[in-house]
Design a protein around this ligand. Structure first.
Ligand code: SF4
Ligand code: SF4
Ligand code: SF4
Length: 268
């Protein structure tokens, strides 16, 4: 995914005079990304302690609604006009904007709505109030504002959250693992599901999750997005030997990577 490797604005980073200010903002989300950070416990507290925490939607209200931030993590996808306005406002008030998690990077679960009859879906879900519901296509943050860095995963790995905080503090670009999921999967000694004829997106998906799904015997659905420079063409041929294109597309739609999947094939 393009934004995984995008560079932060170096001039935005480091000040020795004061603590950098950080905000963690939630759009429409399940809160899982932020819970992952909190789950890091003392490590997260130690990393955040180097910052002035001005806003963290999960645990505190922002006191100064006009505050400026050095870095803002944005969790969730913009599903409503209010979300889009909040996103644009956050962009104006921060030097570095981090798309925090797969909803922010790719649209993820809400993005499934893009592939069905939206009108029918909203009337089914909200039979009495559907006229009041914003029923937009679900797009990742980068379609609305400039994103400096994409922190992948549904949810992201807590260690990556710490790595990004530390990199921002040190004024360097965060580096995430560039190996495919297969790398960690095989290090963990898992039996290869793809070789057994099951679909698995591990060969072209960005690793760094410790192949957690494979460790639990579930195949990889690509929540961390595709590795830059990889084509899915060969893997697609392999997967289609064991499953239909319709089923493959259903898998690609779960984490919002269908467009990226086909785009990767055009480049080769
Ligand atoms: S990326 Fe996953 S964990 Fe994070 S808000 Fe979206 S659905 Fe929840
Ligand atoms: S099971 Fe999936 S992730 Fe693991 S080695 Fe096979 S293709 Fe790669
Ligand atoms: S194995 Fe795949 S789907 Fe599971 S967490 Fe890792 S990247 Fe996401």
């Amino acid at each position: 995914m393009k934004n995984h490797s995008s560079k932060m604005n170096a001039s935005a980073h480091y000040s020795k005079r004061r603590k950098l200010r950080v905000a963690i903002v939630g759009l429409t989300s399940c809160d899982g990304c932020s819970v992952t950070a909190i789950d890091m416990g003392a490590e997260f507290i130690a990393a955040v302690d180097h910052f002035e925490l001005g806003d963290f939607f999960l645990i505190m209200d922002e006191k100064n609604k006009k505050a400026q931030y050095d870095v803002t993590f944005i969790e969730g996808a913009p599903l409503t006009k209010k979300n889009i306005a909040a996103l644009k406002e956050a962009r104006k008030r921060t030097k570095i904007l981090v798309a925090y998690g797969a909803c922010a990077c790719q649209g993820v679960i809400p993005n499934i709505k893009n592939y069905i009859d939206k009108g029918k879906a909203v009337r089914y879900q909200y039979p009495k109030t559907w006229k009041q519901v914003d029923n937009m296509d679900i797009l990742p943050l980068r379609k609305y504002v400039n994103v400096d860095f994409c922190l992948p995963g549904c949810p992201p790995d807590g260690r990556d959250v710490i790595a990004v905080l530390n990199a921002v503090r040190e004024g360097i670009n965060p580096r995430l693992l560039e190996n495919p999921v297969c790398y960690e999967c095989q290090l963990n000694g898992n039996e290869c599901l793809l070789q057994k004829g099951e679909p698995c997106l591990g060969p072209v998906t960005r690793g760094g999750c410790d192949a957690v799904c494979l460790n639990l015997k579930f195949f990889c659905k690509g929540c961390r997005g595709l590795l830059a420079g990889y084509s899915s063409a060969q893997l697609e041929q392999q997967i289609l030997k064991g499953t239909s294109r319709k089923n493959l597309e259903r898998i690609l739609q779960v984490f919002g990577i269908q467009e990226e999947w086909y785009n990767s094939q055009k480049k080769t």
